[in-house]
Design a binder for this molecule. Structure first.
Ligand code: FE
Length: 342
């Protein structure tokens, strides 16, 4: 049997906690599988327990591994909630039938309609923006995603793999707005403009742009804010060398992705699970949850206590319902494959 790293590395303690939770049905517990690992999330879980008396057992892992684990566990799964990032990944989990509807008036009231589906809810948002080298590229030349495919930027584009969910979700949004043919032409132009083969994550691209290895890239906003908040001189130098553009302000808006969660189909503690999602939508939790990864809360009244994040300012965001991205994600992968965006 193939043993995945996650399965092999589950601390015995957590396994014991889950077992204890199942054995003592009286004790109020909630089992969370999480692909978010941020220090500030700890405070969030502790506050929920304090407010409700529900003890949280958490299993951290990579998205794909957690999804695989839930599928393998089937009806015997102890997991109540899956928390992860990226709309496409949440939709994959949903399309595999892992979630159940979490009907809640409170969630419907507080989470905007474009940021939820019947089965899962977004709790924070991040935007996919254009980052350019201020000394090498003119801001006016990179105002839209389409601009990145213009022949004028030949040899200037660095970007992570076209197979990565962040780019697939962007491609899915482009297909939804502009159609497949236009998106494929765009991807081909983008590949033509590559300064190097796609490698590394968004932060690696930002640093390459700052170093002048390339002129422009696409990045999620929280990576930029993370660099802004860094105590590390090279990080600050890098962030000072680049400019940030909200793409597509003159058309459908900047592509936005999410971090989200849903109640799992075989959740042993359904009531506590819905209660936890409602807690995540409270002003207090929204502040923690979003600030923990330098993202924006989905609830408008929630405070943003993050001056670097606030310094990014406001922008016109794409209003495509977040659950709709999945409808064109597979198509986006095929389009990027044909265009050679590996
Ligand atoms: Fe990320």
């Amino acid at each position: 049997m193939l043993r995945r790293p996650l399965l092999a590395s589950v601390p015995a303690l957590i396994a014991a906690l889950f077992a204890a939770g199942a054995a003592q049905a009286q004790e109020k517990v909630l089992n969370i599988y999480s692909a978010r690992h941020y220090q500030t999330d700890e405070a969030l879980y502790a506050n929920f327990t304090k407010a409700t008396g529900v003890k949280i057992n958490r299993l951290d892992g990579k998205e794909d591994e957690l999804v695989e684990r839930i599928r393998n566990e089937g009806t015997a799964s102890p997991a109540d909630i899956l928390i992860t990032v990226d709309a496409a990944r949440l939709e994959v989990a949903d399309s595999l039938g892992l979630f159940q509807p979490a009907r809640s008036k409170l969630l419907e009231e507080r989470v905007p309609a474009t940021l939820r589906t019947p089965n899962w809810f977004a709790f924070s948002t991040r935007a996919r923006v254009i980052v350019y080298n201020k000394a090498a590229v003119k801001r006016e030349a990179v105002q839209s995603y389409a601009d990145l495919a213009a022949p004028a930027l030949k040899g200037q584009v660095c970007v992570r793999s076209g197979a990565h969910p962040y780019n697939l979700s962007l491609g899915a949004a482009m297909i939804a707005h502009d159609g497949e043919a236009k998106t494929e032409a765009w991807a081909r132009g983008l590949v033509e403009n590559f300064a190097r083969k796609p490698m590394g994550g968004d932060t690696d691209q930002i640093k390459a742009v700052a170093a002048g290895e390339c002129g422009v890239t696409i990045s999620n906003t929280y990576y930029l804010v993370r660099l802004m908040r860094s105590k590390n001189a090279p990080d600050l130098q890098a962030i000072n060398a680049v400019g940030i553009v909200w793409p597509n302000q003159a058309s459908w808006g900047t592509h936005v992705n999410v971090s989200g969660a849903g109640v799992l189909k075989h959740a042993p503690h359904r009531e506590a699970a819905v209660q936890f999602l409602e807690y995540l939508a409270s002003d207090e939790a929204q502040g923690y949850f979003a600030n923990g990864n330098n993202e924006w809360p989905v609830v408008k009244s929630a405070p943003i206590v993050n001056k670097e994040l606030s310094a990014l300012g406001t922008f016109k965001a794409d209003q495509l319902p977040i659950g709709d991205l999945a409808k064109t994600t597979v198509q986006a992968q095929k389009v990027f494959d044909r265009a050679g965006w590996k």
